[in-house]
Design a protein around this ligand. Structure first.
Ligand SMILES: Cc1cc2nc3c(=O)[nH]c(=O)nc-3n(C[C@H](O)[C@H](O)[C@H](O)COP(=O)(O)O)c2cc1C
Ligand SMILES: Nc1ncnc2c1ncn2[C@@H]1O[C@H](COP(=O)(O)OP(=O)(O)O)[C@@H](O)[C@H]1O
Length: 307
């Protein structure tokens, strides 16, 4: 088997710090295939389920983003309580050496092995005579180090603009459009509804400006796009919450594409990119006041999105 350059991490969100690790590995050894070692499910959600983080990306999205960032191969380690008992030396012998790494690049805060006993120095020692190790300084945005936790916190506060700064792109929430209560159309604002899976991060309840993109290569009415055509993002007003005005129970991401009532999106895979927060959810006394507020939300979305 041929030699490789390897990077290791959870890479949740594939933020600029993660991208930097892949870029450095490729820059150091452009001649070698770049292999990403990543873990699924998230180790904390396996070891301490109560503390398990809300993930910024599902596994498919993580792999796709890693490939876009230059990965030639993504090795997904199925993380179990048994796997967690590997000592640092066992991890090196059983997981890393079979990949034939000549260089391993990680962030300087990298920890590995049973009870996170190993760090960059441990890896370097275990690699002596076998592979080189480089620990990179963490990427910063302003006075804050970029890490998945900071981005999760920003989303939990509804501060999607701050999350986007650390992510280097708007936070993206995707899924298949589901049926709702079929009320949107009557209100004059049909919304494409996405369910919120339990383990995926989602911005706090509220109303946001964003962009909706169809991911199935089809247009407004489900017609195939001409081959090679890029899907067009549509400007949208996005409501995250349970529809308190109607005593709803289920939390959803609902997007109204501005100025359109003709879209046919049921069952389609879509992505919602969150740009900025407009306000929190309100329990209105009646439908008329909700509609007045939604008209104003739409006006603000046009302003924010420049659409
Ligand atoms: C821009 C926008 C703002 C919204 N704001 C609120 C709100 O403040 N309170 C609320 O109860 N529902 C709000 N909603 C959600 C509507 O109640 C929901 O879209 C409507 O009931 C239609 O639901 P349906 O898609 O299940 O038919 C908002 C929806 C949009 C698109
Ligand atoms: N501007 C639009 N934005 C979002 N969805 C739209 C739009 N125009 C039409 N639709 C379609 O209408 C459906 C939403 O209608 P709505 O009455 O809100 O029903 P539901 O409660 O099932 O979401 C969407 O799933 C989509 O297929």
């Amino acid at each position: 088997m041929s030699e490789t350059v390897v990077v290791i991490g959870n890479f949740d969100g594939v933020h600029p710090g993660h991208v930097e690790v892949l870029a450095e590995a490729h820059a150091r050894r452009p001649d070698l295939p770049l292999v990403v070692v990543t873990f699924w499910p998230h180790p904390i959600s396996v070891l301490r389920p109560a503390l398990g983080p809300m993930l910024l990306t599902g596994l498919d999205q993580r792999i796709e983003l890693l490939q876009q960032a230059g990965a030639d191969r993504v090795e997904v380690i199925h993380f179990t309580p048994e796997f967690a008992t590997h000592t640092p030396a066992e991890f090196v012998d059983e997981v890393l050496l079979p990949l034939h790494p000549v260089l391993i690049v990680v962030g300087e805060n990298f920890r590995f092995g049973h009870r996170a006993a190993g760090n960059v120095q441990t890896l370097r020692e275990l690699g002596q005579g076998r592979f080189e190790v480089e620990g990179l300084r963490l990427v910063r945005f302003g006075d804050e180090e970029t890490c998945s936790t900071v981005i999760r916190q920003a989303l939990a506060e509804g501060d999607v603009a701050h999350a986007a700064k650390h992510l280097g792109r708007p936070f993206r929430f995707s899924g298949l459009v589901a049926h709702g209560d079929h009320r949107g159309r009557e209100l004059g604002f049909p919304t494409a509804n996405l369910p919120v899976p339990q383990l995926l991060a989602c911005p706090a309840d509220g109303v946001y400006a964003g962009w909706l993109t169809r991911l199935d290569g089809r247009g407004a009415h489900g017609e195939p796009l001409p081959s090679g055509a890029e899907p067009e993002p549509w400007p949208a007003a996005v409501s995250v919450g349970t529809n308190p005005t109607f005593d709803g129970l289920e939390r959803r991401v609902e997007s109204y594409v501005l100025g359109r009532t003709d879209l046919e999106l049921y069952g389609a895979p879509i992505a919602v990119d969150f740009v900025d927060r407009i306000r929190g959810q309100v329990r209105f006394e009646g439908i008329d006041s909700l509609i007045v507020q939604m008209r104003d939300d739409v006006r603000r979305c046009h302003e924010i999105l420049g659409s």
